[in-house]
Design a binder for this molecule. Structure first.
Ligand code: GLN
Length: 308
C-alpha cells in the first residue's frame, strides 16, 4: 500500500469522529446486513496514482450489493458495445425506487442500469453461457480493480435468494419484452451472486479510482475498461446512481456515485480519486445515512463537485 497523505488522513479521522454519533436510519433487513455491527464506519480515498488514505474500519469486507451495478454495466458494454447495450437499457433517471417493477412505457426498456430492472438486464448481457460464467467474469473484473481475488459471501447470496420474488418478477417482466439471453431464474441467480461479492472499503475506493483513472487500475498499467465506456458509465452514475434521491445528490455532492444496501457508497472524482464510505444504517431510499453526510462534507470541504 502506498503511503497516506497526512493532511487528508487527519481530515478523514476528524470526519469519522464528527459523524460517528449520527445513528439515524435502519440497516437493510437481510440478516447479513441487519445483524452486522451497526457502529462500523469507514472512509477510504484512493488517488489515481494508487495512494491510499483511509480511516475507520476500512479493511472490513462487506457485500458490494448495488455498487456492483456500475461495474457490471461497464462490463456489459465492454462485451457487446455501447450501441447494443443501449438497445436493452435506457440512460434516463427514473426518479423511482431501485426495485420498482416497471419499464419505460414507450421503449419497453429499463430506465437505466443503476436500478434493478436495468442491472438485471446488464448482468444478463455479460457474455457467457450461464450464471456461473457471468459471475466469474464479474469477479475477475472486480478482483483486478481491487488488487486481490474477491469471492461471493455465500450467506448473503442464500439469504437473498430465499426471498428473491421481486427480482424474479422483474426478470420475468423483462423476459416478456426483450431477448433476455437466459431464463429468469438463471439471470436472478447470477445477479444475486454478483450483489453478494465482498470487498473492503479500501478495495471499493480502488474500484472507484479505476473509473476516476479512466479505466486503468491506479498505480498499474492494467487497463480493464475502455475510456469512452467509463465516461458513459460515469454519466449514468452521476444522474442515476442514487436512485430516487439522485437529484438531491447531484445538487449537494455532485459526483458520479453508486450506493448499495450493504451501506457502501462509491464516489468518483474524475481524474483525481475514488472514494468509498461504509456505514450500514440506510435512509428511506436505501442509501447509507452517514455515507451521504460524509460525502456532503467532503464535497464541500475538498471542493469535489464536478460543476465547481
Ligand atoms: N441485491 C439487492 C437487490 O437486488 C441490491 C439492492 C441495492 O443494493 N440497492 O435488491
Amino acid at each position: 500500500m502506498n503511503s497516506p497523505d497526512r493532511d487528508l488522513q487527519g481530515y478523514l479521522d476528524q470526519l469519522i469522529d464528527d459523524l460517528r454519533d449520527q445513528d439515524d436510519g435502519e440497516p437493510n433487513p437481510l440478516p447479513v446486513h441487519a445483524n452486522a455491527d451497526l457502529s462500523r464506519f469507514a472512509i477510504a480515498v484512493v488517488d489515481t496514482d494508487g495512494n491510499v488514505t483511509a480511516s475507520g474500519d476500512a479493511e472490513f469486507a462487506f457485500p458490494i450489493q448495488s455498487m456492483s451495478k456500475a461495474f457490471v454495466y461497464a462490463l456489459a458494454i465492454e462485451c457487446l458495445g455501447l450501441a447494443e447495450v443501449n438497445r436493452y437499457i435506457d440512460v434516463e433517471p427514473s426518479g423511482e425506487a431501485f426495485n420498482r417493477i416497471a419499464l419505460d412505457p414507450g421503449s419497453n426498456r429499463p430506465a437505466n442500469a443503476m436500478i434493478n430492472a436495468g442491472a438485471i438486464t446488464a448482468h444478463s448481457l455479460v457474455t457467457g453461457p450461464d450464471a456461473e460464467h457471468r459471475v466469474d467474469r464479474i469477479l475477475a473484473l472486480l478482483s483486478r480493480m481491487a488488487g486481490r481475488d474477491l469471492a461471493v459471501n455465500e450467506d448473503c447470496f442464500s439469504q437473498e435468494m430465499e426471498d428473491a420474488h421481486r427480482n424474479l418478477a422483474i426478470a420475468h417482466m423483462l423476459k416478456t419484452v426483450s431477448e433476455l439471453p437466459d431464463e429468469p431464474h438463471g439471470v436472478v441467480t447470477g445477479y444475486t451472486r454478483q450483489c453478494a461479492i465482498e470487498a473492503s472499503t479500501i478495495e471499493y475506493a480502488r474500484m472507484g479510482a479505476t473509473l476516476a483513472n479512466r479505466g486503468v487500475v491506479p498505480g498499474t498499467e492494467d487497463r480493464c475498461l475502455a475510456e469512452e465506456h467509463v465516461r458513459h458509465v460515469l454519466g449514468v452514475m452521476l444522474t442515476c446512481g442514487m436512485y430516487d434521491s439522485a437529484g438531491d445528490w447531484v445538487s449537494t455532492v455532485g459526483l458520479p456515485a453508486k450506493s448499495g444496501i450493504g451501506g457502501g457508497i462509491i464516489g468518483v472524482v474524475p481524474g483525481r480519486c475514488g472514494i468509498a464510505v461504509h456505514s450500514p444504517r440506510l435512509d428511506q431510499h436505501g442509501n447509507s445515512v452517514r455515507g451521504i453526510l460524509a460525502f456532503e462534507r467532503m464535497s464541500e470541504d475538498l471542493g469535489l463537485h464536478v460543476l465547481r
